[in-house]
Ligand binder design. Sequence first.
Ligand code: HEM
Length: 411
Amino acid sequence: MNVHGSGRLSIFTDPAAYANEAAWHTRAALLRRAESVTRVHDAGFAPFWAVLRHRDVSAVERDSATFRNAPHPILVDGPDREGGPPVRNLVGMDGARHREYRNIVAKWFLPGAVKPQAASIEQSVDRKLAELAARNGETIEFASEVAADIPLRVILGAMGIGPEDDARIHRLSQELFGAQDSDVARSDNAETIVAVVQELGEYFMGLAMRRRAEPTDDLGSIVANATVGGRLLKPSELVPYYVLLATAGHDTVSTVLAGGVEALATHPGQLARLKDDPSLIPNAVEEMTRWVTPTKHFMRTAARDVELGGRKIAAGDWLLLSYPSANRDEQVFASPFEFDVARPDASSHLAYGAGPHFCLGAYLARLELRAFFERFIPRVRSLEIDGDVVRAKTTFVATFKNLPVRMELAG
Ligand code: HEM
């Protein structure tokens, strides 16, 4: 049986499918209940297995000798996926090479090391909330006016980039990842990506050269002055590294900020519970991350024949790890379609992945999300969605195109 329908796109390859979140989850739940690992044959894509259950996504993530990130760690179209991208960042590397490149910045992202960022994050949240309180009762577009700014400044600041460049980097990364959505893309052809990558390349080589001439202790300097095998990184290694850090660290967090606010607005009982007991907020942040799951997939390639979820996977087969499906898995989460800020196992979600590629920025993301919600929730007097919520069409990192919110915050 072809449950996806041949000649058309499934929920895994159709960017528009993710924009309709409720319909996406209804469809994914049906597939997940039928089989954990399901074969997808979609027009224009090499066939792959979609891995839908928490247990199997977790097993694939942790067995990186069998399930490799190279050559294509992200869904690409075209039936022929031989070769892989010409430039590769951490996400597309495996084994010892991956460890060596990841170690360049790994120390900077350890919990104790990101903690000093807390004070400046809290200040930027306080500034933002003061601005919002001054607009009490107005309808604001929360995604672009609030959620986008904080994570962008945090990661670009950490890299040593001044606030004057925030808008430019944000636009470029939206164009890079939003190329599937015609409202966001510069144009809808492959030249978009080439032009965007070229502009990012020039920008980040400028940063690397400045930090080589005058090193500091920021992430920009760490990457610029890192050595592998006794030599400095080449431009083809430096640029993807910077692009990964600059892009992985903001749309993901801002989508959980925005999606968390949407969840609170649409679940007033849960908001009231957090106002009564703010000690639940760190757990609520995990529940928001499970609920929103901004990163929709990563891919793996089987290095050998293996059985997974009762299916025979052949060496060379391609697998899609479906984080949003795993995070609604009824075999792990009781009533997974309920948003429950006191969920006892909320932090078992796989939104940050697992195993050797586990999100490097997870502690930083948690620090930002907690700083925001610990300051925001106690001040909320009223919160409602005031218009149509629109999500971007993408198969990779979800963003909101429109999240109209009306609120009253204590001054
Ligand atoms: C809520 C926010 C975030 C979510 C949901 C998220 C999600 C993910 C996921 C699913 C992966 C792949 C994990 C795997 O393959 O097992 C990943 C990897 C990564 N993330 Fe995040 N991320 C978030 C925030 C951040 C932040 C703030 C940064 C900071 C720069 C960051 C940097 C990275 C990097 C560098 C990798 C690649 C790690 C590797 O391949 O070794 N992420 N993230």
